[in-house]
Design a protein around this ligand. Structure first.
Ligand code: ADP
Ligand code: GN1
Ligand code: MG
Length: 364
């Protein structure tokens, strides 16, 4: 394996010489490796084997990432004191001239400069960190608001479209391919009971009250890197950057930053949204976006975490019904455990919704 990885590394225009490689991070989609180079003064790298079952068109996905990172980089270059190697992802080109390579088995690989001295958190334990995360996402959206050229490719069509997600869910129930449906009455009813109210963001879009902008669409907190002093640093995992509503990013960040328990917590008693973390994230986010969001976008920020937590629970549940074909799992009940934890988190948000609305009202 090490030799294979060294061979793949040699196909990229990297600066240092290959020293060591280790599996890295806790993402659910790609296989990510950290490549250490011999020379202390040279960059280390992140090498990724891309999941091309999830992302069907890697050249389009890479085209998006090239455009997005170059745009952010050129903006950062005009801001005195910015550190373009750490505040923005930097793709390393392959010797072929493309930003990816295909190995003998047909797998796609790409490489980024490793961002040194960063902190990545699966769980957030202080309002300060939540605030900085909010700032990072707000800044990211603001930097991309004027990306020139044609719209970005939709790397996963209908990614946060709850109507399509519900259609897929109903199809999976009908197929019941691994015979799990009969044990899931409670979870299925939980989803169906809330299905109608979850269409509100899509409807606002259709009515032209909220615009499609460029959003990240996967602002799970471990995709928001902080620096050594826990200040906003860089947004990573740009595979799903594409047109979307700002609520998707706000919602997904709260789903992870304000949950006091893990995404897949087994003990549902522990799962809860911390309102202080919600408030701090919202303050950070609005400090960067207050001037660019319209009134309706702001009014629905409080609802966004409910929508995204619902969609994630629905997706984990659908994958469980399908027989675990999408997400990486670490044990056989992992997806249903994730779904149950998301549904408990959603209940906690529902209980605190009036307070969430008041907080947004006071900050907007
Ligand atoms: P996945 O889609 O599987 O979540 P990511 O692109 O998020 O893949 O990468 C997985 C993990 O690798 C991240 O959570 C982060 O810890 C780490 N990582 C990715 N890119 C970088 C980078 N350029 N510098 C430092 N760490 C990185
Ligand atoms: C996946 O790639 P990663 O692990 O950051 C998923 C997200 C989910 C998340 C749930 C492309 O994100 O949509 O919110 O898992 N990414 C994709 O943890 O499906
Ligand atoms: Mg990730």
């Amino acid at each position: 394996m090490r030799d294979d990885l060294e061979r793949i590394y040699s196909l990229f225009l990297a600066d240092g010489s290959f020293s060591d490689v280790t599996l890295f991070g806790s993402g659910h989609i790609h296989e990510t490796f950290y490549v250490k180079t011999f020379e202390n003064e040279k960059d280390d790298y992140i090498l990724q084997k891309l999941n091309n079952k999830v992302f069907k068109n890697i050249p389009e996905l890479q085209d998006n990432i090239e455009r997005v990172t170059l745009h952010i980089r050129s903006k950062l270059l005009s801001i005195p004191g910015s550190d373009v190697k750490r505040e923005c992802l930097n793709l390393v080109m392959a010797k072929s001239g493309k930003s990816w390579i295909i190995d003998q088995e047909g797998n796609f690989w790409r490489m980024f400069i490793y961002i040194p001295d960063h902190r990545s958190y699966d769980l957030v334990d202080s309002p300060r960190k939540a605030y900085e995360g909010g700032k990072a996402v707000g800044r990211f959206q603001a930097l991309l608001a004027d990306l020139p050229g044609k719209p970005l490719h939709e790397t996963i069509p209908n990614f946060h479209n709850v109507v399509k997600r519900l259609e897929n869910f109903n199809n999976s129930i009908s197929k019941d391919s691994v015979r799990r449906v009969s044990g899931l009455k409670h979870e299925i009813n939980f989803v169906l009971y809330r299905a109608s109210e979850m269409k509100v963001i899509l409807n606002l879009g259709k009515e032209g009250r909220i615009p499609l902008t460029i959003t990240h669409n996967d602002t799970k907190f471990n995709n928001i890197l902080l620096d050594k002093k826990d200040r906003a640093l860089c947004i990573i995992d740009l595979d799903t950057v594409m047109p979307g509503y700002v609520h998707y990013d706000f919602g997904d960040a709260i789903r992870t930053a304000a949950n006091v328990a893990a995404e897949d917590e087994q003990d549902l008693e522990k799962v809860k949204m911390d309102i202080n973390l919600f408030k701090a994230y919202a303050e950070g986010y609005l400090s960067e976006t207050r001037g660019i969001l319209n009134e309706t976008e702001k009014d629905y920020l409080a609802f966004a975490p409910r929508l995204i937590t619902y969609i994630m629970g629905l997706r984990f549940l659908t994958d469980y019904i399908d027989g675990d074909v999408y997400y990486k799992i670490h044990h056989k009940d992992h997806n249903i455990q994730r779904a149950r934890a998301q549904f408990r988190l959603l209940e906690s948000m529902e209980e605190q919704y009036p307070v969430m609305q008041k907080i947004i009202e006071s900050l907007k």
